[in-house]
Design a protein around this ligand. Structure first.
Ligand SMILES: C[S@@+](CC[C@H](N)C(=O)[O-])C[C@H]1O[C@@H](n2cnc3c(N)ncnc32)[C@H](O)[C@@H]1O
Length: 311
């Protein structure tokens, strides 16, 4: 199977994550198994890799890629929002490491018919889980103007959110917006030409990001998933998170920081009354890809890696 995806910060991630050759490691975003294959290479025959992805084509590609590994491998098609349940079903209550390499894979972006890309014309879809109920078509054609404006502003940080929402609602009065190409045309009409032609990337980039986040509930599930992962780490176990935009990175940074904090009493209190203890120690606080990596993998441009250790 041809599954194209270059893993981001592969060595930094895997060498920071794996500390026990006989341990259990969970990759919550298996994709093409790029990181997972490197993790598996570091494990002994006693070691175990559990790979999770919600996308059936990622599951198929990863199954093939991991078939020659000498450690134990379990592959699970699920959403990492269900991490607690997956670990229970896999009888893996205490693990040595958990990886989240967030967002979409290049394979998902490059497969035109998945509807993730504003560069290729295809039906509006953007579901990472092909069985999910909500698609980009539903968001674009059924959300009211205020809801569209909100997601474009919150998830796309788009300054023309209101106008783009108005133009979409106007356009769909005639007929539903069926394709990514039609949506791009509407966005181009809504964003003034002078702004469109200025530097700052494709005018549809932020809107597509916003719709994708909404369709897959990409932000809403993160905090709980990170906390679940840390709760299931053995002392000395590690969590690694790779983020690709400021919205998901803010969540990762804040949740890890909070778990790394001791006392959370208001600063005016003379003595600690909360008894709050840090659960983790921050090891890598948002490192970025090297110059060499940026040269051969443009996806790594916005990536940030965070690693923390369970106390
Ligand atoms: C950036 S890719 C991972 C690439 C992988 N680390 C590699 O090196 O090949 C992200 C993958 O995570 C999956 N994914 C994203 N959010 C998910 C979620 N909430 N639950 C399960 N899988 C998810 C996507 O379907 C995609 O295959």
């Amino acid at each position: 199977m041809n599954f194209h995806h270059i893993s981001v910060m592969p060595q930094e991630t895997v060498s920071g994550l794996v500390t026990n050759r006989d341990g259990i490691y969970v990759d919550c975003t298996l994709g093409g198994a790029g990181h997972s294959h490197l993790i598996a290479d570091m494990l002994s025959e006693k070691g175990r890799l559990i790979g999770i992805d919600q996308d059936e084509s990622a599951i198929a590609a990863a199954t093939e890629r991991l078939q020659d590994c000498h450690c134990q491998v379990s592959i699970v098609q699920n959403n990492f929002r269900n991490l607690e349940q997956v670990l229970q079903e896999q009888s893996a209550q205490q693990v040595d490491g958990v990886l989240f390499d967030l967002g979409v894979s290049s394979h998902q972006l490059d497969t035109a018919e998945r509807g993730f890309s504003y560069m290729q014309d295809a039906p509006l879809d953007m579901r990472m889980d092909q069985q999910a109920r909500l698609s980009a078509y539903d968001v674009v054609n059924s959300y009211d103007e205020a809801e569209l404006n909100r997601i474009f502003k919150e998830y796309g940080e788009e300054r023309w959110s209101k106008r783009i929402a108005q133009f979409i609602v106007e356009a769909r009065k005639n007929a539903p917006v069926e394709t990514t190409g039609e949506l791009v045309d509407i966005i181009k009409k809504a964003v003034p030409a002078a702004v469109r032609n200025a530097k700052g990337g494709h005018p549809a980039k932020r809107i597509f990001q916003a719709i994708r986040i909404e369709v897959n509930d990409e932000l809403g599930i993160l905090e709980n998933a990170f906390r679940t992962a840390v709760a299931h780490l053995k002392p000395g176990g590690r969590i690694a998170i790779i983020t690709f935009h400021s919205l998901e990175d803010r969540i990762a940074k804040n949740v890890l920081r909070e778990m790394a904090k001791g006392c959370i009493c208001p600063p005016e209190l003379p003595i600690c009354t909360c008894g709050h203890k840090p659960e983790i120690k921050l090891l890598v606080k948002g490192t970025t890809a090297s110059k060499e990596e940026l040269e051969h993998n443009s996806r790594s441009k916005s990536a940030k890696l965070r690693i923390a250790e369970k106390l």
